[in-house]
Design a protein around this ligand. Sequence first.
Ligand SMILES: CC(C)(COP(=O)(O)OP(=O)(O)OC[C@H]1O[C@@H](n2cnc3c(N)ncnc32)[C@H](O)[C@@H]1OP(=O)(O)O)[C@@H](O)C(=O)NCCC(=O)NCCS
Length: 162
Amino acid sequence: MSSVKQEVEFASVEIRPMHELDVPVIVAIERAAYQFPWSEGIFRDCLRVGYVCRVADVGGDMAGYGIMSAGAGEAHILNVCIRDEYRGRGLARKVLVYLLDRARASGMYAAFLEVRPSNKAAARLYQSMGFEQVGVRRGYYQATAGREDAAVLRRVLLPEVR
Ligand SMILES: CC(C)(COP(=O)(O)OP(=O)(O)OC[C@H]1O[C@@H](n2cnc3c(N)ncnc32)[C@H](O)[C@@H]1OP(=O)(O)O)[C@@H](O)C(=O)NCCC(=O)NCCS
């Protein structure tokens, strides 16, 4: 990692709304990150129905994204993904803090999400952000061999989310 890149990154991270024109790049990031990625149509649907869709923009470069739905007092974090070359620098945490702040500001009492127990990086991220496991969805995810359970995590949205 060059020091120039690191400097630019920290100087200019912006969490901005996702636009239709971003979708092809988002889909490329998604395909590189997940074995079973969301389709382009899912991202377009998320935009169409008005979910909170945000991009982590580093000096004009799309570094990742986060998507959340909110309603009936509950926020659901549906996707958080950071491009490989931008990982390990606090960007996912930044995206999550942004989404949780938004959820709390719009009156949500808790945020929920699903995670594969095998996804250690994501599990640690969520744990470090105060999420706790409240359930299991059996066979929720596609897997190389059969299906994989999802751990259901919840974070109560008290005034301070960091
Ligand atoms: C999971 C993911 C979003 C983390 O993004 P990131 O920007 O690298 O994460 P951050 O730098 O903000 O890290 C925040 C915390 O997450 C945890 N974490 C992140 N990467 C980790 C890793 N490789 N191993 C262990 N813990 C990790 C740590 O607790 C870290 O805090 P620390 O730096 O103080 O130790 C990223 O690896 C990713 O996009 N993975 C593919 C998509 C995915 O799995 N999304 C989650 C679906 S539920």
